[in-house]
Design a protein around this ligand. Structure first.
Ligand SMILES: NC(=O)c1ccc[n+]([C@@H]2O[C@H](COP(=O)([O-])OP(=O)(O)OC[C@H]3O[C@@H](n4cnc5c(N)ncnc54)[C@H](O)[C@@H]3O)[C@@H](O)[C@H]2O)c1
Length: 263
């Protein structure tokens, strides 16, 4: 990624932070964009301490003016944007407030769709305008396995991320003939700060572990695949929905037919 400029939303924490650190280590200049300006600054200092170059930008991806200012600040500092790795989501909003459809308050629906789907629309729109001007770029949208397999109680989140998955394909069809690639990553359960509450509960942890064949993932495992999608080695990859899920979507249940039929 030497010489590339990577803009990473949600770059101050979790998967976005892992992407910021890893892409910087691979030689990219990084824009750490996050609603939490102080934590974005901390990540920038970590990148600089490791010998990299980075800029912190405060952004609220729900606001068009804020997204446009983020793009302008990135271009002013580094001249171009080669990679967008879009992660910004308030995980507590989803974990604490999303519900089964019959109990889902309408304001929660609008809040989650506004952040997850409209936030992706606004971010991708203004970054892609710059990429089209350059006639090159790689957009990587973080979706989720919950957009591919149902998850009870997360009706707003799954709908919004399902929209992100669909947009990935239509955006690729629209933008790739002019040099801009678009891909989505669907992670399984990733050990990020707000998800740790599930892991502190022994019953929840065991249930989550039983669904992940190779264990619960670290953010770096998702970030490593984002680096590949960002690089020119992935130059023919666009419109793809890629699971990085420790086998989550590979099977429907941990049942053992041998134990039942072949005794
Ligand atoms: N952790 C998981 O298990 C998991 C699984 C599948 C998908 N994902 C997706 O991965 C992405 C990152 O999740 P994470 O677990 O690393 O979360 P995280 O909470 O560690 O990081 C998300 C970052 O987004 C920022 N943010 C929140 N609202 C914002 C806004 N309006 N504008 C700009 N920034 C904002 C937060 O400040 C935070 O730094 C999300 O899109 C999430 O839906 C996570």
């Amino acid at each position: 990624m030497k010489g590339k400029v990577a803009l990473i939303t949600g770059g101050a924490s979790g998967i976005g932070k892992a992407g910021s650190m890893l892409m910087a280590r691979e030689g990219a200049k990084i824009v750490v964009a996050d609603i939490d300006a102080a934590r974005a600054e901390t990540v920038v200092r970590e990148i600089e301490a490791a010998g990299g170059e980075a800029l912190a930008v405060r952004v609220d991806v729900r606001e068009s003016a804020s997204v446009q200012a983020m793009v302008a600040a990135s271009v002013e500092r580094f001249g171009r944007i080669d990679v967008l790795f879009h992660n910004a989501v308030s995980v507590p909003l989803v974990n604490k407030h999303d519900r089964r459809i019959t109990e889902l308050p309408e304001e929660t629906w609008h809040a989650i769709v506004g952040l997850v789907l409209t936030g992706t629309f606004l971010t991708a729109k203004y970054v892609a305008q710059k990429m089209l001007e350059q006639r090159s770029g790689s957009i990587i949208l973080t979706a989720t396995v919950d957009a591919l397999v149902g998850q009870a109680g997360l009706d707003a989140y799954t709908a919004a991320k399902g929209g992100v998955v669909s947009m990935t394909r239509s955006m690729a069809a629209g933008l790739s003939p002019e040099g801009v690639r678009v891909n989505a990553i669907c992670p399984g359960f990733v050990k990020t700060p707000h998800q740790s509450v599930f892991l502190d509960d022994d019953k929840e942890r065991a249930a989550i572990e039983s669904l992940h064949l190779m264990g619960i993932m670290d953010p770096e495992e998702v970030a490593a695949f984002a680096v590949f999608l960002a690089s020119d080695e992935a130059r023919s990859m666009t419109g793809g929905i890629h699971v990085v899920d420790s086998g989550y979507t590979a099977f429907k249940a941990n049942i053992d037919p041998a134990a039942v039929f072949k005794r």
